[in-house]
Design a protein around this ligand. Structure first.
Ligand code: SF4
Length: 57
């Protein structure tokens, strides 16, 4: 599974990085995906994103 961030929707709250620092990293006001694979914390990050900017495939 891999995570993706819609950078247009992202408001830079940092929640995904807090849940999954190995997968999401803040780059200024947007979250970037820094890992090719996603661990269990990605689902929590997705569910906690306030603007539903994260999807998993
Ligand atoms: S939780 Fe959502 S809005 Fe917040 S930084 Fe991550 S992708 Fe952006």
């Amino acid at each position: 599974m891999k995570a993706y961030v819609n950078e247009t929707l992202c408001i830079g709250c940092g929640t995904c990085e807090a849940f999954c620092p190995d997968v999401f990293k803040m780059d200024g006001a947007v979250a970037k995906v820094i890992s090719e694979t996603c661990s269990d914390c990605c689902q929590s990050a997705k569910e906690s994103c306030p603007v539903e900017a994260i999807w998993l495939e």
